[in-house]
Design a protein around this ligand. Structure first.
Ligand code: BJW
Length: 251
């Protein structure tokens, strides 16, 4: 079966996977889609169909209506808790073991890479399972459940919020610096399941290209980055990534 599949991939792509020494991977919401997590721009279903993500994932939206924003994240937290990592997440965890230098950068806030066994994941946009104080900007692991929505910070009594990065907010400095470093030092870069429209994450494959890496995009749909990719595989990552790695003899 692998031999048949191998024929479907460009031989230079297989060679790039086999000869790479330093690999960087950027993932987006599409990688979790096959687990049943709605992608960011498809997330407006059910209760949330009347809201645009840009009206919910901003500090202004939280100031305007903290209850609405908290409840949107609570809905998403419950969704994430109810799903499992998929074959794409597991393929990346396996891939890490085969390269001397391997960095997994994610825009996802769902923690599914870690649950699939990936270590040292660079989280650019935070993690939905953590909570922080909106005023003090510190992670708050526990609070008293008084029924208040959003719950209140035990220290300052201000609102708690998810520990994620909203539009207009800075990314965690260590995470974005490390992401830029590994993107400029790699010889193979994979861009998986991202619409490539949100910056600064969208600049990472461009950095990798500029520094001479082979850049592979996997996405069922075309993105603004597609014309620049060295190879573009138009398919779901949970199917094509395991196939590709098997064809190259990586996993
Ligand atoms: C599959 C699939 C399958 C489906 N297999 N694939 C430079 C130029 C222009 C604007 C800016 C700029 N620099 C900064 C900005 C402003 C802004 C920005 O980028 N705006 C753009 C929208 C224009 N960026 C920021 O504000 C960032 N902060 C910042 O830069 O601070 C300094 C600064 C501020 C202001 C001005 C200038 C500088 C912060 C960005 C934070 C993003 N936060 C979010 C929310 C996180 C919390 C949460 O989850 O609620 O992060 S927004 C949302 O988008 C989320 C995602 O991580 C992110 C990326 O989305 P992603 O992952 O690509 O998902 P989708 O849904 O868009 O796409 C899914 C893809 O999967 C699709 O392509 C499908 O086809 C595909 N797919 N099934 C593979 N099975």
């Amino acid at each position: 079966m692998s031999a048949t599949r191998a024929a479907t991939f460009h031989p230079e792509l297989i060679t790039a996977l086999r000869s790479a020494r330093r690999v960087a991977v950027l993932t987006g919401a599409g990688v979790s889609a096959e687990s049943g997590v709605p992608t960011f721009r498809d997330a407006q279903t059910g209760l949330w169909e009347n809201f645009k993500p840009e009206d919910l994932a901003t500090p202004e939206a939280f100031r305007r209506n903290p209850k609405l924003v908290w409840e949107w994240y609570e809905w998403r937290r419950q969704k994430v808790r109810s799903v499992q990592p998929n074959a794409g997440h597991r393929a990346l965890a396996g891939m890490a073991k085969r390269y001397a230098e391997f960095a997994l950068i994610t825009q996802n806030v769902d923690g599914l890479h870690q649950r699939a066994g990936s270590a040292g994941v660079i989280e650019l946009h935070g993690n939905i399972t953590r909570t922080r104080c909106f005023n003090e900007n510190i992670v708050v692991p526990e609070w008293t459940h008084t029924g208040e929505v959003p719950p209140l910070c035990p220290q300052c009594k201000g609102h708690l919020r998810p520990d994620v990065v909203w539009f207009g907010e800075d990314l965690p400095e260590a995470a974005i610096n490390e992401a830029k470093r590994v993107s400029s030092a790699c010889d193979l870069f994979l861009s998986l399941g991202t619409s490539s429209v949100v910056y600064p994450a969208a600049m990472l494959p461009e950095i990798a290209l500029r520094t001479g890496a082979t850049v592979v995009e996997i996405n069922p749909d075309e993105t603004p980055f597609t014309p620049n990719a060295t190879f573009s595989l138009r398919a779901p990552s949970g199917v094509v990534l395991p196939d590709l790695l098997r064809a190259a003899g990586i996993v």
